[in-house]
Design a protein around this ligand. Structure first.
Ligand SMILES: Cc1ncc(COP(=O)(O)O)c(C=O)c1O
Length: 398
């Protein structure tokens, strides 16, 4: 059977693959510690679940408006306005099936065949594949570990060509946990204005910052930046609501309208009950969000300290999200106890899952060979056990 040419240009999501592999081994009764998941281990706060149950009893079982219920759109507009300090109208926002669909639809709304998208690398697995599906070309721009993986606007400027259409910003970053500093974000915004480019900021980890890290939203710089900025956000990570599949996009009305048309010919509205839950999330108390953030912060500090204590491992301090991204390239060329040679991050991760029952995502999946991504969105007991196994497995490489 021949499948479409369109799909032949993209790869399956490596992060989802690693999580699926860990789940499969667990189902066989193998005691796997998974650092693969990009989702909080906490449950959705009770008041949100209760609101969803009530909504079901009150008829949230039907189609809604494609762009989201008027009540939710209005609340999302107010939520964005409060977060960023500028007025937002409901026709500037759309509710999608997760932030991922927001990114997918926004890319398809603005990109043409042959356009180029600048992706500060290491970058989340889906940006490059969505870019390719939209007929455009991903252009990675390396962020250096010695800069804490902060983006270097000079490198971005070098990558701009007449075909460049969009610069992507994800801060805090998946997979590095970097929070881009204000100076860098200002420079990127200036480049976007100078070269007439779009900026898309993926703010899904916005509320998960640690220490004195602060997210800079370029749309706050003024109307000339705001009119070219698309902000994707959502409830998945901050409110532990990954399974509800709700994301929000804020963009100029013409982009929102195009995204609505695309959504209307593909998924229609996000699930009615999930929209009701998202409404309760963004209008309700945020003390649970803060409690989870503090817990992530403790685990982050522990994980970084423990990784840095492993000979051969270096690790930049992540300042947001819930991932550590250690450099494990020192193990290339070493031999496993069974005599296999480690020839890169994928082979190291394969060794870790088969010989130590620990799942981690190879850095290559994020355009960063020599690294691996460990999520600390798992219990402290799992982190202890998993890091212990990694330390032992690395020690056994000769
Ligand atoms: C950087 C980034 N953006 C977007 C998403 C997708 O979010 P959602 O689950 O709301 O679709 C993820 C999930 O892993 C992510 O890491």
């Amino acid at each position: 059977m021949k499948l479409s040419k369109r799909l032949s240009v993209i790869e399956p999501s490596m992060t989802l693959k690693v999580s699926a592999k860990a789940a499969e081994l667990k189902a066989k009764g193998i005691d796997v510690v998974s650092f693969g998941a990009g989702e909080p281990d906490f449950d959705t706060p009770t008041h949100i679940k209760e609101a969803a149950k009530k909504a079901l009893d009150n008829g949230a079982t039907k189609y809604t408006q494609v762009e989201g219920t008027p009540q939710l759109r209005k609340a999302v507009a107010a939520w964005f306005a409060k977060a960023h300090g500028f007025a937002v109208a409901p026709n500037e926002v759309i509710v999608s099936v997760g932030a991922k669909q927001g990114i997918f639809n926004a890319f398809h709304a603005i990109l043409d065949e042959g356009d180029e998208v600048i992706l500060p690398a290491p970058y989340w697995v889906s940006y490059s594949e969505i870019t390719k599906l939209a007929g455009a070309k991903p252009v990675p721009v390396w962020c250096r570990p010695e800069d804490g993986f902060n983006v270097d606007p000079k490198e971005v400027e070098k990558a701009i060509t007449p075909r460049t259409k969009l610069i992507l910003i994800v801060s805090p970053s998946n997979p590095t946990g970097a929070v881009f500093d204000e100076k860098a974000v200002r420079a990127l915004a200036a480049l976007a204005v100078k070269h007439n480019l779009w900026l898309l900021t993926d703010d899904i980890y916005r509320s998960l910052c640690y220490g004195d890290a602060k997210v800079t939203q370029p749309a706050t710089f003024g109307p000339e930046v705001r009119e070219r900025t698309i902000i994707v956000d959502g409830v998945s990570k901050a409110f532990a609501m990954t399974g509800w599949r709700i994301g929000f996009t804020l963009a100029p009305p013409a982009v929102i309208e195009a995204m609505g048309t695309l959504q209307g010919q593909s998924t229609t509205n996000a699930a009615a009950v999930s929209q009701a839950a998202a409404l309760a999330a963004i209008e309700g108390p945020t003390d649970e969000v803060e409690r989870m953030r503090q817990e992530f912060d403790k685990r982050r500090q522990y994980m970084v300290k423990t990784l840095r204590a492993m000979p051969g491992v270096t690790c930049v301090e992540p300042m947001g999200a819930f991932y550590a991204f250690p450099d494990v390239s020192a193990f290339n060329g070493r031999k496993t106890p069974s005599g296999r040679v480690i020839d890169g991050d994928a082979s190291l991760c394969e060794y870790l899952i088969t010989d130590a029952q620990v799942a981690a995502v190879p850095g290559s999946a994020f355009c960063a060979p020599g690294y691996m991504r460990l999520s600390y969105a798992t219990s402290q007991a799992n982190i202890d056990k998993g890091l212990g196994r990694i330390a032992e497995a690395l020690k056994n490489l000769k």
